[in-house]
Design a protein around this ligand. Structure first.
Ligand SMILES: Cc1cc2nc3c(=O)[nH]c(=O)nc-3n(C[C@H](O)[C@H](O)[C@H](O)COP(=O)(O)O)c2cc1C
Length: 206
């Protein structure tokens, strides 16, 4: 089967892409809608861009032609916190994408406890295994969809005790989730270690 992207509608190209680029890591992002309202939403168009300095990027698309609360808040304050959820938080993560009025904080509405951050004024989720306090450094626009790619420099990482061993995050203890197409997700499956001396050789399930 061949698909010419110039002959399909942008909505169909979107459907293809979210099924092709899988599984996607998920940035679970807090922003401030007002001094007391903590907005929370997931974004799976997400990646790290640099380690010096540490830069994280995620894309916020428009909703009915307008900026989503997350994008609006980041443009206004220049600050946000990117969290990584573990699989026990999947229900709350998925629910946080629902439409809540701009003056209702998803973190509070979903019963998620927050803590004050240290480098930014936006609170972070108390029970997320990873939180990265970020300041906006760049907004990039690609294509015609109106999406904005938010690039932020991490000011401070919070890593749950016991997750980071010899400077490396242990994926099996983190238990991350990935987004697939539609409302489907992947949990961590088998973790395999490749034999470094035989690239094409057998691997070990660990
Ligand atoms: C797992 C998951 C990943 C998502 N990824 C994105 C994304 O990368 N970009 C985007 O604009 N919306 C994405 N969404 C939809 C937003 O989370 C949703 O529009 C949300 O209501 C935005 O919230 P806000 O208006 O508070 O910013 C995703 C939803 C889910 C459930």
């Amino acid at each position: 089967m061949k698909i010419d992207p110039r002959k399909i509608a942008p909505a169909d190209a979107y459907k293809l892409l979210i099924g092709i680029v899988v599984p996607r890591p998920i940035a679970w992002v807090t922003t401030l809608s007002s001094p007391r309202v903590v907005n929370l939403a997931p974004f799976s168009c997400f990646m790290f861009l640099s380690s010096d300095p540490p830069l994280l990027g995620f894309t916020v698309g428009p909703k009915r032609g307008e900026r989503k609360d997350t994008a609006r808040n980041i443009h206004r304050t220049g600050e946000y916190v990117v969290h990584i959820a573990d699989d026990s938080m999947l229900g709350a993560l998925h629910a946080s994408a629902d439409e809540f009025p701009a003056d209702v904080g998803e973190a509070h509405a979903l019963g998620l406890e927050t803590l004050a951050s240290e480098a930014v004024s936006v609170p972070r989720l108390a029970h997320a295994p990873i939180a990265a306090e970020c300041k906006l450094v760049q907004v990039l626009r690609f294509g015609r969809s109106g999406s904005e790619f938010m690039v932020g420099e991490v000011q401070l990482f919070h890593v749950r005790d016991g997750l980071c061993i010899d400077g490396k995050i242990d994926s099996e203890r983190l238990r991350p989730v990935g987004r697939l197409a539609g409302p489907t997700y992947a949990k961590l499956g088998d973790v395999v270690r490749m034999n470094p001396n035989r690239a094409m050789g057998p691997y070990e399930v660990i």
